[in-house]
Design a binder for this molecule. Structure first.
Ligand SMILES: *Cc1c(COP(=O)(O)O)cnc(C)c1O
Length: 494
């Protein structure tokens, strides 16, 4: 029997995993969730001996039950290959009393690669399984990391095209360079005059445009999303929590069934939700520690039980966490409410209408037991980067620094000395300016020279995917008004 996927807002609708991946979002606006979270079928002793790819198969086959063994193994081997600069794929480093799970060794050196390197393969396999003949057109709005990771994942994947919209003045120079030099005959990158929200709203409008969908279908195309609400992005993220536990256990750092806390720098709540799913699968995970930057909507939620996005949007030095609507929290609420689709629908309509909702006391009690939360401002972020470098000779990026700061506070407050893994989500070279500031270097080189500057100051080599950018030719220099996004897409597909 295949595992069935349902919407968090409607228990009645039923889909297979491949159908859910193709659709991305349910028609009622809800997110797809499996009818139950499957249990691991291998022991930790067996998992400890497995490679990343083998672990990925063990975990993903439990969720994507309508994929054949051959299909799934093929997707996995295409995704987790030499594009990663280490065979371990997700290596663990030890520094200052914690383990760091480094998720930035893929093609674009941010954690988005962990899922976006496999999503294209899951998607085209899903299309094949469901006799979809149309070419799949991925539309993405990005504030930096997702766009490049999606481009790298989909470039030259047959049967797909990808269009990425980014705010022309809203991404770092390195992030822009990464995108506009993207190779691949099926890729297209457009800057828009506006902010990330404008890009996002424009993309959502196209997804909701029935006439456009019709026009597309006649030309042999259909839209899909590489956004983190797609279950095809969440499932691959469960893998590295299973892998990390198994590796620490195998190395004797954890005794049998010993608990492991995790601290995750959080934005859209996808990464930390994957840790919760791993826990439900049977991995002995203890506290889930949710780390926010100054956009601390989640911290306030965990503390008060009220989710309230009515506040100023703050631009921080950890931009991938600058977010006020954490979409994947919806899946968490679904689980904690005892899978109450009616209640989730109610909360989400309050969020849409008033920008806030308050969860009931039963959910609050469960949240308190599972989670701890903290936040870290830009100054504290810089101080943490400097301290880790000066005292431990470990160079971390601002997002990872947020997580480690929150972990330190958590330990001070609770005295909890459970073994902990901090999730490290980006290479420091992606955020050279902030990292140099933190190290006390005031004058920054411009453009890509700043990569060499960070290497000169620290002696740490620039990751190859960024060093290569210097030789890359700019392929895209389209900048349009947000009103012209649709015609951009139509032109590209002609
Ligand atoms: C996307 C991202 C995050 C936030 O992850 P979520 O799954 O959205 O919570 C944190 N750090 C970096 C570097 C990211 O790119």
């Amino acid at each position: 029997m295949d595992l069935i996927y349902r919407s968090t807002r409607n228990e009645a609708a039923c889909f297979t995993a491949s159908q859910a991946i193709l659709k991305g979002l349910a028609d009622d606006g809800g997110l797809f969730v499996p009818e139950r979270i499957p249990a691991l079928t291998k022991s930790m002793d067996e998992l400890a001996k497995m490679s990343y790819q083998e672990t990925a198969y063990e975990v993903m086959k439990q969720f994507l039950t309508d994929f054949t063994e051959e299909e799934l193994k093929d997707c996995i081997s295409r995704a987790y290959d030499e594009k990663f600069d280490t065979k371990e794929i997700a290596p663990i480093r030890e520094a200052d009393g914690a383990y760091y799970l480094e998720l930035f060794h893929g093609a674009t050196i941010a954690f988005k690669d962990m899922a976006l390197s496999i999503l294209p393969h899951l998607l085209i396999t899903s299309a094949r399984k469901n006799q979809v003949k149309n070419e799949i057109v991925i539309l993405t709005a990005t504030s930096g990391d997702t766009g490049k990771a999606a481009l790298a994942g989909f470039a030259d994947v047959p049967g797909t095209r990808i269009v990425v919209f980014y705010p022309k003045n809203g991404v770092s120079p390195i992030q822009e360079k990464q995108m506009v030099t993207q190779k691949g005959a099926n890729t297209f990158v457009v800057g828009i005059r506006g902010n990330f929200d404008d890009a996002q709203t424009g993309v959502k409008k196209m997804f909701g445009d029935k006439a456009l969908a019709e026009e597309m279908a006649q030309a042999g195309f259909q839209f899909s999303s590489a956004n983190s609400i797609n279950i095809g992005r969440l499932v691959p993220q469960v893998v590295y929590y299973v892998y990390a536990y198994a590796k620490l256990y195998g190395a004797g750092k954890l005794a049998k069934d010993e608990r492991l806390n995790v601290v995750v720098p959080t934005g859209n709540f996808g990464n930390i939700l994957a840790a919760y799913y791993a826990k439900l699968m049977g991995v002995p995970i203890g506290k889930l520690i949710c780390a926010s930057n100054d956009n601390k909507v989640l911290y306030d939620f965990f503390r008060t039980g009220t989710y309230d996005r009515n506040r100023e949007f703050i631009l921080t030095t950890s931009p991938s966490m600058d977010i006020l609507i954490s979409s994947n929290l919806e899946r968490m609420l679904f689980e904690l409410s005892g899978r109450d689709d009616r209640l989730v629908r109610e909360y989400m309509s309050q969020l849409a209408e008033y920008g806030s909702y308050r969860v009931d006391s039963a959910i609050r009690t469960k949240l308190k037991k599972l989670f701890s939360a903290g936040y870290c401002d830009d100054q504290q972020t810089q101080a943490m980067i400097a301290r880790m470098w000066n005292e431990k000779n470990y160079l971390i990026d601002p997002h990872t620094a947020v997580a480690f700061h929150v972990l330190e506070e958590y330990r001070e407050e609770t005295g909890d000395d459970t073994v902990t893994i901090a999730v490290s989500t980006a290479s420091p070279f992606k955020f050279c300016g902030s990292v140099l500031d933190a190290l006390g270097v005031k004058e920054h080189k411009t453009g890509l020279e700043i990569l060499d500057q960070l290497t000169e100051v620290t002696g740490v080599p620039t990751p190859a995917p960024l060093a290569r950018l210097k030789k890359r030719r700019r392929r895209f220099d389209n900048v349009v008004d947000k009103a012209a996004m649709k015609s951009c897409v139509l032109d590209f597909l002609k």
